[in-house]
Design a protein around this ligand. Structure first.
Ligand code: NCD
Length: 313
């Protein structure tokens, strides 16, 4: 997998492992520009004449539409393929061949696919850059970047910050990518809270410990709420379970509500990549510390504008 090393032009974005700290700074700075651009002018024509295919084999609301909005705000065009029902995939076309097709009509392909590693494989057949919008239980690099941007707009990541990740840490790809990305910031402490059957994969823990950031796997949700500067809640990934019984056992393991928040810090923030099912009660949405429907979600579009500009501009 090609490292970014300061040069995004025409590169695939497949994993956060491609980024150095200075690459991240570049994305975050560019994201600031994009946010300002949208707020003042709505957009520009920077990517006029360029086309992006959004090829989504799995359900998506935010990732799909924010990539499309990002491209359109920069003056580019889009080919939106949402679901495989109406494409040749339905006839049995392979991912490789499908990628060849869209690579000949567009300048960048954003892919979401249920199989881990599939987007990287697709990229190896593509003559245009591919952006990983989630490969099964693997990674979700653009989400990690928008999460990092959101966290860094509240906390200086070069100082001590405690980030608690709660819920389905086994199947949640946003957790995998965000953990790896945060491991570039030595002052960060990660608290992992999950049911026993949904612990963070050992590979991710190994990656994080190699980079010498502190992490703890704890069982107490209460303790995590109390200690967290960032409380990152996640959905139990129903679609990854083999049986409904095993899903039902853990689906309500952690539910955040106003009573639980009584012991939380005043200056903490509550994040969620969304969709939220019932792991955060709706009363929490009104808490000023809840940023999932405000900054976090909007930042997704700004970060994706930044990436598209850096890759294609
Ligand atoms: C996440 C995903 O698809 O991994 N959603 C998203 O892209 N914002 C999280 C989830 O589906 O739970």
């Amino acid at each position: 997998m090609l490292k970014i090393d300061g040069n995004f032009r025409n590169k695939h974005i497949l994993s956060v492992e491609q980024f150095t700290k200075s690459d991240i700074t570049k994305v975050l700075n560019e994201t600031n520009h994009m946010k300002r651009l949208v707020k003042t002018k709505g957009g520009n024509r920077r990517l006029q004449g360029k086309i992006m295919t959004a090829l989504f084999y799995e359900p998506s609301s935010r990732t799909f539409s924010s990539h499309i909005a990002a491209m359109q705000r920069l003056g580019g065009g889009v080919i939106p393929i949402h679901g495989t029902q109406n494409s040749s995939v339905k006839k049995g076309e392979t991912l490789e061949d499908t990628v060849r097709v869209f690579g000949s009509y567009s300048d960048v392909i954003v892919i979401r696919h249920p199989e881990k590693g599939s987007v990287e494989k697709a990229a190896s057949f593509s003559k245009v850059p591919v952006i990983n919008a989630g490969d099964g239980v693997g990674e979700h690099p653009t989400q990690a970047l928008l999460d990092l941007y959101t966290i860094s707009s509240y906390f200086n990541l070069d100082r001590k910050v405690t980030i608690a990740m709660v819920g389905d840490l086994k199947y949640g790809r946003t957790i995998h990518s965000l953990s790896k990305l945060l491991s570039l910031f030595p002052e960060v402490t990660l608290l992992y809270v999950s049911p026993k059957s949904l612990k963070v994969p050992q590979k991710i823990l190994d990656y994080v410990s190699e980079r010498e950031i502190l992490f703890e796997e704890i069982s107490s949700f209460k303790e995590a709420i109390k200690r967290a500067d960032v409380l990152y809640m996640t959905r139990v990934q129903k679609e990854r379970f083999k049986t409904m019984a095993s899903y039902n056992k853990v689906k309500d393991a952690y539910i955040l509500n106003p009573v639980r928040l009584v012991s939380a810090k005043q200056k903490m923030i509550i994040m969620h990549p969304l969709p939220r099912i019932n792991e955060i009660s709706t009363e929490v949405d009104l808490d000023p510390r809840a940023v999932y429907f405000t900054d976090q979600m909007q930042n997704g579009m700004y970060v994706r504008m930044a990436l598209l500009k850096l890759i294609l501009g």
